[in-house]
Design a protein around this ligand. Structure first.
Ligand SMILES: *Cc1c(COP(=O)(O)O)cnc(C)c1O
Length: 385
């Protein structure tokens, strides 16, 4: 490789050296729990037992670190397993965390209902309002700022550079959940964040066939080592076949993201003045409040769109249940288009909290199918309202 290969090249080659024994272009999947030792303690390549280290997981971790420009990456069985490991590595009882008021519902549930009883306190805040974030930080007690941009499902854009500056001024670890953008569109570590979190289940895996999560660390080596120890000591690791499927997905990340972005942009522009809609949440539209910030901090606007229906919950529900290509399912980021009704699906766990999603919202995960077919599907469902 050249000294600084382009992202698209890195996505295909980092950590993916051919097998030295056979020349196999694709490194083998190491489906093994343990490794033979050449005499007691005589480890080959440092491998002892797969909870502590496995070559296929290492190959994914090397790839993820290269994609996000981090010092170290750790991969996990799910996005929430990654988040749980980070929270336990970074926080102790009494610590306080500030998170967005529209953070992923599962993240809020984990912090509030799992870490809350262990003494970790949290406040939710409008993350795109920098003054509100500054006010929410309790000096000496707030230890983590949890940023998700674009956010889910309203696609709010938060200023990573400014939030990192605020966080660091208060000695706070700044975490960015980069699941919605993927490293192909947004590089939080380069913008000043300390840790990137991923649900690799979404765009990185990209084919809706494997769950996974990741943590990628910038220069905070102490935190990286604590999380690495927890990954080994508690074992929430990604299994070899899961790691391999995720690597396989990542190789096409850039070309998939290009198509996700262009399809979503075309759909958003097509729907912009539709009478059945009160609003369209897509950062690629100039009318979106975060449009300019997104244009500056991202290299594309992503594949996620939310629609607000003027006919309220009945119209939103009827639409979500009548598209054909857009299949009704939770999750996002796969090659196939999905439709989701957040109030009762992805965000059901935050009903009754300040994170509740309006019941006239439908979220689209725009896939990479032919855009004309996707638009025809949407138009067909809108015509039935
Ligand atoms: C899905 C998701 C998660 C959780 O990841 P899992 O792989 O489902 O555990 C976290 N953050 C965001 C933004 C997500 O979309």
């Amino acid at each position: 490789m050249t000294d600084s290969p382009n992202f698209d090249t890195v996505a295909i080659h980092a950590g993916q050296e051919f097998d030295p024994t056979t020349g196999a272009v694709i490194p083998p999947v190491y489906l093994t729990s343990t490794f033979v030792q050449d005499g007691i303690g005589g480890l080959r390549g440092g491998y002892e037992y797969s909870r502590g280290g496995n070559p296929t997981r290492d190959s994914l971790q090397t790839l993820l670190a290269a994609l996000e420009g981090g010092q170290l990456a750790l991969s996990f069985a799910s996005g929430l397993a990654a988040e749980d490991t980070l929270l336990r590595a970074a926080l102790v009882p009494g610590d306080h965390i500030v998170l967005g008021n529209d953070v992923y519902g599962g993240t809020h549930r984990l912090i509030e209902r799992v870490h809350g009883p262990w003494g970790v306190r949290n406040s939710t805040v409008e993350m795109s309002d920098l003054a509100a974030v500054e006010t929410a930080i309790i000096p000496g007690e707030t230890k983590m700022l949890w940023v998700e941009t674009p956010s889910n499902p309203l696609m709010k854009i938060s200023d990573i550079t400014a939030l990192a500056e605020i966080g660091h001024r208060h000695g706070v670890t700044v975490v960015v959940d980069n699941t919605f953008a993927s490293p192909a569109l947004q590089q939080p570590l380069a913008l000043g964040a300390d840790v990137v979190v991923h649900s690799t289940t979404k765009y990185l895996g990209g084919h809706s066939d494997v769950l996974g999560g990741a943590l990628i660390f910038g220069t905070d080596n102490e935190l990286a080592q604590k999380a690495s120890f927890l990954q080994f000591a508690a074992g929430p690791i990604s299994a070899p076949l899961d790691a391999w499927l995720t690597i396989r997905g990542i190789k096409t990340l850039s070309v998939r993201m290009d198509r996700h972005c262009s399809n979503a942009q075309a759909i958003a522009e097509h729907l912009v003045a539709h009478p059945a809609l009160d609003g369209i949440y897509y950062p690629g539209l100039p009318s979106h409040p975060g449009h300019e910030l997104a244009a500056a901090q991202m290299s594309g606007f992503g594949g996620m769109i939310s629609l607000a229906f003027s006919g309220g919950a009945p119209a939103a529900r009827a639409f979500a249940e009548s598209t054909q290509l857009f299949q009704l399912a939770e999750s996002l980021g796969g090659v196939e288009s999905l439709v989701n009704y957040p109030a009762e699906m992805t965000h059901a766990s935050v009903r009754g909290t300040e994170l509740e999603v309006p019941d006239n919202i439908v979220r689209l995960s725009v896939g990479i199918e032919y855009v004309g077919d996707l638009i025809a599907d949407i138009d067909g469902a809108l015509a039935k309202l």
